[in-house]
Design a protein around this ligand. Structure first.
Ligand code: SF4
Ligand code: SF4
Length: 77
């Protein structure tokens, strides 16, 4: 059996080139009701820390630079 050791896909993806967390933005982290988004202390960019999501969308809608993309699973659409 092959065991995956790295994450290949998370439902919420942050475009690192658009994220301005290094300038103090924490909007997506603040609006997420599940607290699954965080700012990476090394890269200073937002990322999905825990792979859980309600697909409620404020992280994507409220990001000032459009860096957040929520990929809703096909079966939930
Ligand atoms: S809201 Fe957008 S710009 Fe702000 S930390 Fe989140 S991903 Fe980065
Ligand atoms: S869609 Fe909702 S639950 Fe999922 S990461 Fe964004 S704010 Fe959090």
């Amino acid at each position: 059996m092959t065991i995956a050791t790295t994450r290949t896909q998370a439902p919420v993806v942050v475009d690192q080139s658009k994220c301005i967390a290094e300038k103090g933005c924490t909007v997506c982290v603040d609006v997420c009701p599940l607290d699954v988004l965080a700012i990476d202390m090394v890269s200073n960019k937002a990322f999905m820390k825990f792979d859980e999501c309600w697909y409620c969308m404020p992280c994507e809608q409220d990001c000032p630079t459009g860096a957040v993309q929520v990929n809703i699973p096909y079966l939930l659409r």
